[in-house]
Ligand binder design. Structure first.
Ligand code: GAP
Length: 666
């Protein structure tokens, strides 16, 4: 689908990204490949900073999260267990002529004149009376019955003789047979050349009916060489989502299309060797849950974080990098105790604050408080890298939108330049990250499919359970049992009986008394590339300057937060032909280099160099001038620090520069 060129702001951003080396089209010299993007020198630094910050915030700065780096290709069983093989699909519709597909939920309504053909009559390369007859009445023939009726009405003895001498020879001496031949057999026989698969096209404005006819001929010529178009009709249609936005041809019915990229492991391309490029990083975390638990000495509640590539054969990659086919995710699976376990140990589950951050994690938090905690933590993260709350939006998924196993999901949105306005003119935004409460679905699925236990043992639960009054035990047992039964019933294999399910749910609930349960999960799942795009869109700023002669110039500044900015500091000697200035500047570059990304630039006027750094989003420039060398003795060994966003300048001792910059970029 051609992207509408309606969004000027996006066009400018895309252009700056290419011009300054943030983002390039993948394989550009070969015409590009849809849905794949490369990050240039500035983009690569930006991306690295974002991932580093996520990793730092989510794992290193916490005691309760461990990291993982798993492979992209894993056992295909993982994707069967997770449901991706069966259900990770988009509903697609196809243009039967061009074979181009569109997502069923993304076809914009169109109105116009629709020309429809009921089908064709296959002439089989012959010129016969029958063919002439069909040609004469073609527009009125719109069903198999009407074709048969036509023959029944018009076929004469002479026609039959001319059209099929053999049939005629067999029947000519028998009036009854000849009659039947004329009335039933011949019509039936010839009518078999009718193929009633309709084809319709919405005429583009100003185009004649002839253009629709040509498309219909192209379509039917895929089936046979010589044919007559049958049953042409014209109708006006309003707001229909049944026509391809480019070709105007009526779309096929929606069919599911799995989004996983398939490949083969080893030299033999057989079904036994099929593998998939992971469509999310999360499943590796579930599959390695036990190994991490055992080696990291963590105890529930704790999380496992991972950053890595994910691949989805998106039907319509769009909005620049927003929906790509290869992208990166930053995912945390945070494992928590089920509410029944919290209640058994602590007597009750903490209540959820109406809004805001619930504070430091507490042992009596149930899934709802944990969920709110992670939503707020993630918003704080975005704020810490320059996305203010005003630029974000929130969407709490409705029960219809939620996956069947999920208890809640809050999407954190960013107001991108392409985000749509609602009826009141408000922009909700598009998804940056989803924070889902996924129950114990994932670990339960891997337990069932792998046959390996995914539950944990909790001594605190075992001890607390033994002290609970029988009534309380029964109540908690029943609630846990019901949840397990619901899950097991929903995911039952066809060969599993209700009795087996009940037995399994009973065993699971009995586990509580032994201190055993399957952890639940809260999953904050963010896309690196979407975040990069959000940061770029958020940073983009342009102003127009007009000089004394009335000549205007557009000045571009990328106002990245210093923590994510690709280059932290530009080091600029005032003049490049003064060896002492250059020597000092190189010393300062080398002083800062081990600590941050420095860009040394001595080319062009100082104003031009500042402008270049502004466009790259460099928050600070350090200028080495004659005062640095002691022209004014009191300024010896000082430099100018220039601030990107307001052009302000301060004087700082060289010995203070590093710590000053570190305090701003960390
Ligand atoms: N494990 C859960 C999961 O993968 P998701 O909502 O499908 O959930 C999580 O993906 C995040 O990954 C999204 O919020 C988005 O930021 C990013 N993402 C998903 N599909 C993407 C695509 N085609 N291109 C770029 N980012 C994508």
């Amino acid at each position: 689908m051609a992207e509408p060129k309606e969004n000027l702001q996006m066009e400018k951003i895309v252009s700056l990204c290419k011009r300054r080396g943030f983002i390039f089209q993948s394989s550009e010299i070969y015409g590009g490949i849809n849905g794949f993007w490369d990050y240039g020198p500035l983009g690569a630094e930006l991306k690295r900073n974002v991932k580093e910050l996520w990793w730092h915030t989510m794992t290193r700065q916490r005691d309760d999260v461990a990291g993982l780096e798993a492979t992209i290709i894993m056992s295909p069983e993982i994707w069967k267990a997770s449901g991706h093989v069966d259900t990770f699909a988009d509903l697609m519709r196809e243009c039967p002529l061009t074979k181009k597909r569109v997502r069923a939920d993304q076809v914009e309504p169109q109105s116009g004149t629709v020309i429809r053909y009921a089908g064709i009559f296959d002439c089989k390369g012959e010129e016969s009376l029958i063919v002439n007859l069909v040609k004469e009445f073609a527009p009125a023939i719109n069903t198999p019955q009407s074709l048969e009726d036509l023959f029944r009405k018009h076929i004469t003895d002479a026609d039959v003789k001319e059209m099929n001498p053999e049939l005629f020879e067999q029947a000519k001496d028998n009036p009854g047979k000849l009659n039947a031949l004329k009335r039933d057999i011949a019509p039936n026989y010839y009518a078999q050349s009718g193929q009633f698969k309709s084809f319709a096209v919405m005429l583009q404005a100003g185009k004649p009916v002839e253009s629709a006819r040509k498309l219909a001929e192209q379509y039917y010529s895929q089936k046979t060489d010589s044919f007559i178009l049958l049953g042409e009709s014209v109708e006006k249609i309003e707001d229909s989502i049944n026509f391809h936005p480019e070709s105007g041809v009526e779309l096929t019915e929606a069919r599911p299309f799995n989004l996983m990229f398939k490949t083969y492991v080893g030299p033999v391309e057989s079904e036994d060797n099929v593998a998939y490029l992971r469509p999310e990083t999360a499943q590796a975390i579930f599959a390695q849950f036990k190994n991490v638990l055992e080696t990291s000495r963590q105890k529930v509640p704790f999380g496992i974080g991972q950053i890595g590539k994910a691949f989805r054969n998106e039907v319509t990659p769009r909005n620049y990098t927003f929906r790509s086919r290869e992208f990166e995710q930053m995912e945390l699976e945070f494992f928590i105790k089920p509410d029944e376990v919290i209640e058994a140990i602590h007597g009750s589950v903490a209540t959820v604050p109406e809004t805001g951050h619930p504070g430091e994690p507490q042992p009596n938090w149930g899934w709802q408080v944990w969920h709110q905690y992670w939503v707020e933590e993630r918003v704080r993260f975005y704020e810490s890298i320059g996305l203010s709350r005003e630029t974000l939006g929130f969407h709490r998924q409705t029960s219809e939108e939620l996956a069947h196993y999920a208890r809640a999901c809050v999407d954190i949105l960013f107001k991108f330049p392409f985000s749509k306005k609602d009826a009141d003119g408000n922009i909700a935004g598009d998804e940056l990250e989803g924070i889902a409460a996924r129950s114990d679905f994932d670990l339960s699925q891997h337990q069932r499919f792998s046959g390996k236990p995914m539950g944990v043992f909790d001594e605190e639960l075992r001890a607390a359970w033994a002290k609970l009054p029988k009534e309380k035990q029964d109540d908690l047992w029943r609630r846990y049992y019901e949840n397990r039964k619901k899950y097991l019933t929903k995911m039952a294999r066809t060969d599993e009986t209700p009795e087996q399910i009940q037995k399994q749910a009973t065993d699971d609930a009995n586990g509580l008394a032994r201190g055993q349960y399957i952890p639940h999960v809260i999953e904050p799942s963010a896309g690196v590339d979407r975040l990069i795009l959000a940061l770029i869109a958020n940073a983009y700023s342009e102003t127009t300057k007009t000089d004394d002669k009335g000549k205007s110039e557009t000045i571009y500044t990328m106002k990245f937060h210093p923590r994510v900015a690709p280059i932290k500091v530009g080091v600029l000697p005032l003049l490049k032909n003064k060896p002492d200035l250059v020597k000092k500047a190189l010393e300062i570059r080398d002083l800062l280099r081990p600590w941050m990304n420095v860009y040394y630039d001595d080319g062009g006027s100082i104003g031009k160099r500042y402008a270049r750094q502004d466009e790259a989003g460099t928050p600070f420039c350090v200028t080495i001038d004659f005062d640095t060398l002691g022209e004014k003795p009191e300024l010896l060994d000082t430099v100018t620090i220039r601030y990107r966003d307001d052009g302000r300048q301060d004087r700082l001792k060289i010995s203070e520069v590093r710590d000053f910059l570190l305090s701003k970029i960390r």
